[in-house]
Design a protein around this ligand. Structure first.
Ligand code: GLA
Length: 762
């Protein structure tokens, strides 16, 4: 709900309040964002008035306002030039290079729903969503700043964006337009960011904040595996279940920047939006520019609540189309099974084995098109290679459909190899600077999607592939980052307009393709998880998380990813042992226990599995199908562990909770008992806790196998009260150590894990 009372604006969701105040100078001050405080301004000025005593050489606004000390005032949207030297939200050049702006309240409107003009953007329904459009105008020139705030009542999410309208009579150059700025009255926060590189995406980094600016950003031309646009500010004493958290993310897939400025007077400012690096946008008189949307949530009860708020918001208002609420099929992908070395018969053999095990979708990865024999050729030519697939995609698709499998294909539309027909015809379509040799990555180049002719060509060539009628799923890949920033299209051919115009071109292509093929399930991919963001999720219902499917690395990758994105959006596969990225050996059961927390599949040569592993896979698929809604759409929580050698996750839907227990390294004779404490359950309920039966391979136990003599894990089923599970925790260790050996020989082993089904039965 949004309410104006005198000079105060109150934006509230079920459990949070966002409060602003118009000062007598007309400036809009950010008052607070946090727990719900209702809609009554009375007494609020006693919390803090935003002003401070002006001493020393500090700049104040004017002689009538000596306490209006701009460098310590909490602002709603900070500009340059009037004494606030902290990180600004907006930076413009007008009238021969001036940058000082002094925007004050001009007008506002409050309406149901939200403006759905920009692409991509969150959707809205009028019952749950209300929007405030707050317009500021510079005191001297006719430059207008429209600040949009949409409250998503049930999800405790507020959506922010900014529109700059130029009515100055001449060109204005935008150097920086933040989607969201948030001022905090103290700096006692720590930062969680989600960082990495190829094969180790979105691991959580926690850091203390010190005076100065901390920058999390991407300059790669995509949202990037180096730093995701998701950030959390957390109180130092907070954890999964307790303490204050403010978390933000952007609905954008290009270069972004999150700047956290601890100012000279111990206040904190967070600014997020398109990265000012490589951004410079000319607005002619009468034109406007709208920033991507930013989402923000607040929780007073820890990180799990904040991630759950994002998950439910994303499931409802970001993910679209027929697949939004559908269960994601279990897939087999041939990439790590065959790489480029496949024939139609080899694929059919893999498909038959997959079907027999209960898999639902067959995905044909890279190599089916043009002259693609390896990664040096073929990108750009989206025509089936009939030497490999004599019946074409239609023929293969029909055979798979006849078998009862869905059919999916891989494409990488944004790229071109020099060795391709497309490049021979249109060398000028690749991103490169005239007179310079462009940098290469994986032998490929980026197509200039800021050009309409390139987008039109991709729309028609992809449409003819997808139209063949048998494609149920598409994996849309993007395997390199940008270099040689230049576009021959339109204004700002240099770097300033290039990155964002590319994104607008990509989004227009995705919009057209997804409207034209509403039945297709899309999975975004970018060399694994180099573009895992809310912009892509507006078009594609799931995203390939990482090329690294090693179970241990996936614990970190998935835990970080799930802080911002729901399980149903997170592609996770069981692949071979030793893993192709880590060379680590692990049991197939443990690989499943970690992979089943997302949109699940297998990516290995099933013909190479032994009988025990095949039996294990059959059981896994049965289990996944039974609990798929809980695993894909339940409320995810990281569970606090009594031992940092153990990781616990939980996902709850209705009365069912699935729990993962994952052990890093086996440690003999510690005397420590694994303890499962689920503080979020119903204290007055009664629960049955059962372990999933796992196949134990004799090989995994080595010499101990004779003495151990078991081929499946022991049955484990206990009934326990909710209050014991919530407050004390269930001991898991001894039940599994009862084989006469010391604790160290438990079936869990190094990187071992187990799933539990916790059912409320009374
Ligand atoms: C990227 C993807 C992989 C696979 C290959 C194919 O690396 O992340 O999953 O599709 O491309 O070339």
């Amino acid at each position: 709900m949004i309410h104006k009372s005198g000079d105060w604006f109150f934006i509230s969701t079920k459990n949070t309040s966002y409060v602003m105040r118009i000062l007598d100078t007309g400036h809009v001050m950010h008052f607070s964002y946090g727990a719900c405080i209702g809609h009554d301004a009375e007494g609020l000025e006693y919390i803090h008035d935003g002003f401070d005593v002006n001493v020393g050489c500090c700049t104040y606004y004017d002689e009538e306002h000596p306490r209006m000390f701009m460098n310590n005032l909490s602002m709603e949207y900070a500009t340059v030039g009037k004494g606030d030297t902290r990180e600004p939200a907006v930076d413009v050049r007008y009238s021969e290079g001036l940058s000082t702006l002094d925007p004050v309240y001009y007008e506002h409107r409050i309406f149901k729903g939200k403006d759905l003009g920009a692409v991509p953007c969150a959707s809205a329904d009028e019952d749950n969503v209300e929007t405030l459009e707050l317009v500021l105008k510079d005191k001297v020139v006719d430059l207008f700043i429209h600040l949009f705030y949409s409250s998503y009542e049930d999800e405790d999410v507020i959506l922010r964006s900014t529109r700059i309208v130029n009515r100055t009579g001449s060109d204005v150059v935008l150097e920086n337009v933040a989607s969201l700025m948030l001022d905090f009255s103290d700096c006692n926060w720590e930062l969680l960011s989600f960082d990495g590189a190829w094969a180790r995406e979105r691991n959580i980094t926690r850091r203390k904040l010190h005076p100065g600016i901390t920058v999390i950003d991407s300059k790669l031309g995509c949202s990037s595996n180096e730093h995701n646009s998701l950030v959390y500010l957390v109180r130092s004493d907070s954890g999964p279940d307790y303490g204050e958290v403010v978390a933000t993310n952007l609905i954008y897939s290009g270069n972004h920047s999150e700047r956290i400025d601890v100012g000279p007077f111990s206040k904190l400012r967070l600014v997020t939006g398109i990265n000012p690096f490589g951004f410079s946008w000319t607005l002619a008189d009468g034109e406007s520019f709208t920033s991507p949307e930013a989402v923000v949530t607040y929780s007073s009860s820890g990180w799990n609540r904040a991630s759950a708020n994002f998950h439910s918001f994303i499931r409802k208002y970001i993910v679209r189309g027929k697949w939004r609420d559908r269960e994601r099929p279990i897939l087999i992908n041939n990439w790590e099974a065959t790489y480029f070395d496949f024939t139609e018969e080899k694929l059919m053999d893999l498909a038959a084995r997959a079907k027999d095990l209960g898999i639902e979708l067959f995905v044909l990865d890279d190599g089916w098109f043009g002259r693609r024999a390896d990664d040096r050729s073929g990108l750009g030519d989206w025509v089936c290679n009939r030497k490999r697939l004599p019946g074409g995609l239609e023929g293969l698709g029909r055979r798979l459909h006849d078998m009862g499998l869905m059919f999916g294909i891989w494409v990488e539309p944004e790229m071109v190899n020099e060795d391709s027909e497309l490049f021979e015809k249109h060398p000028d379509w690749r991103v490169s600077i005239p007179g310079r040799k462009p940098a290469v990555c994986r032998h490929q180049y980026v197509l200039d999607l800021s050009r309409k002719d390139v987008v039109d060509h991709l729309f028609s060539s992809l449409s003819s592939v997808f139209e063949s009628g048998c494609v149920d799923y598409v994996k849309w890949d993007m395997n390199r980052t940008m270099s040689d920033y230049y576009s021959a299209s339109g204004r700002s051919s240099g770097m300033g307009g290039f990155f964002h115009r590319y994104m607008l071109g990509l989004y227009s292509l995705l919009q057209r393709i997804t409207e034209r093929f509403p039945d297709i399930l899309f999975e975004a991919c970018a060399a694994g998880g180099n573009r895992f963001d809310l912009g892509m999720l507006c078009f594609m219902q799931q995203i390939w998380t990482s090329d690294n499917t090693d179970l241990h690395h996936r614990i970190g990758i998935q835990e970080g990813t799930l802080m911002g994105y729901p399980q149903s959006s997170m592609g996770a596969h069981v692949s071979a042992s030793p893993g192709h990225q880590s060379l680590r050996k692990s049991s197939i059961e443990s690989r499943f226990n970690v992979a089943c927390w997302g949109a699940f599949g297998y990516e290995l040569d099933l013909a190479k599995l032994c009988a025990e592993d095949l039996e294990a896979v059959r059981g896994q698929i049965r289990f996944y199908k039974k609990y798929r809604p809980v695993l894909q759409s339940g409320i995810f929580r990281k569970v606090v562990s009594s031992d940092d050698n153990l990781v616990f996750w939980a996902s709850t839907l209705g009365k069912t909770t699935i729990v993962l227990e994952y052990q890093i390294l086996n440690r003999p004779n510690t005397g420590v008992q694994d303890r499962l404490r689920l503080p979020f359950l119903n204290r007055s309920g009664v629960y049955r806790v059962e372990a999933r039966r796992q196949i134990i391979r004799a090989e995994d136990l080595g010499d101990l196998s004779k003495a151990y003599g078991k081929t499946v894990s022991e049955e484990f089923s206990v009934t326990i009260s909710g209050s014991l599970l919530c407050d004390y925790g269930l001991c898991l260790g001894p039940q599994f150590a009862g084989n006469g050996f010391c604790d160290g020989t438990r079936v869990l082993g190094d990187f071992g894990s187990r799933l539990y089904v916790v059912e409320e039965i009374g």
